[in-house]
Design a protein around this ligand. Structure first.
Ligand SMILES: [Zn+2]
Ligand SMILES: [Zn+2]
Length: 258
């Protein structure tokens, strides 16, 4: 069975389609999914989904692209993270691609998430885009390695991946791995240690080939796993086994259910 380590099931395209989406997961042998929150106002909805179904988990955090979110504190994150179905803090991180100008507020928020994760003892889900250097620097300065986590929807270089792994982090590949033009990324996926790799959809975005451009859903994570198996010349079962073991090793608060 696979795990979709990152999806946004509370988004309207998916939440209104829950039965079909769960049916498809069962057919494609996708056993679990981690539902990621992007703002605090949407967190109760994310948590409600994780509470409704044994095989869904939740994260709590504020995505770096949501500039207008009300200020929040480290205490607030720690408090919300206390719920047993919340297994991660995020998604957080830096995005210098979507937003420009003085982004000190983004870096401050990222630091707040890291401190909260260490206090709550729940790993981080990190988003980084056109900001790898600052992301790694802040991870080091804030001792993110004390709690670890995952660099989600990874699109950076091998060097960045290895530095993150050195800090105790895992690397998660999305449907981008199946895109023909993702030449460098495919090389990264071949080179990393298998015991540090996760797979995800980031649904409803980033549907893999052959669904590129359509609405993504957790069951499509199997196309990411298939691509990984092909690239590394190992069996699909081996990718299932390794990435699922990795997920439950990292998110040790998540109890697998059959
Ligand atoms: Zn993201
Ligand atoms: Zn996301």
């Amino acid at each position: 069975m696979l795990v979709d380590s990152h999806c946004h099931l509370n988004f309207p395209e998916l939440v209104n389609n829950m039965q079909a989406l769960r049916q498809s997961m069962q057919e494609e042998r996708v056993g679990h999914a981690l539902c990621i929150s992007v703002t605090l106002p949407d967190f109760p909805q994310v948590l409600a989904i994780a509470e409704a179904y044994d095989n869904f988990y939740a994260s709590v955090g504020v995505h770096p692209d949501y500039e207008d979110e009300r200020a929040f504190t480290e205490d607030q994150l720690v408090e919300l993270a206390a719920h047993p179905k919340v297994i991660a803090i995020g998604e957080t991180g830096l995005d210098y691609f979507r937003l420009t100008g003085d982004l000190e507020w983004q870096r401050d928020r990222f630091r707040t998430h890291i401190r909260a994760a260490i206090r709550a003892q729940k790993p981080l889900v990190i988003h980084t885009r056109s900001a790898a250097e600052d992301t790694l620097r802040i991870m080091r300065e804030e001792h993110a390695g004390r709690i670890g986590g995952v660099m989600h929807c990874f699109t950076e270089s091998l060097e960045v991946a290895l530095q993150a792994i050195d800090l105790g982090f895992y690397i998660s590949f999305s449907g981008i791995l199946t895109f023909k033009n993702a030449v460098e990324l495919k090389e990264v996926a071949k080179a990393l240690p298998l015991d540090r790799i996760l797979v995800e959809t980031d649904s409803p975005y980033l549907a893999p080939v052959p669904f590129r451009g359509k609405t993504n859903q957790p069951s499509y994570v199997r196309y990411v796993a298939e691509e990984l198996a092909k690239l590394r010349e190992i069996s699909y079962q081996e990718v299932e086994r390794a990435t699922t073991e990795n997920f439950f090793r990292l998110f040790s608060r998540a109890r697998p259910c059959s």
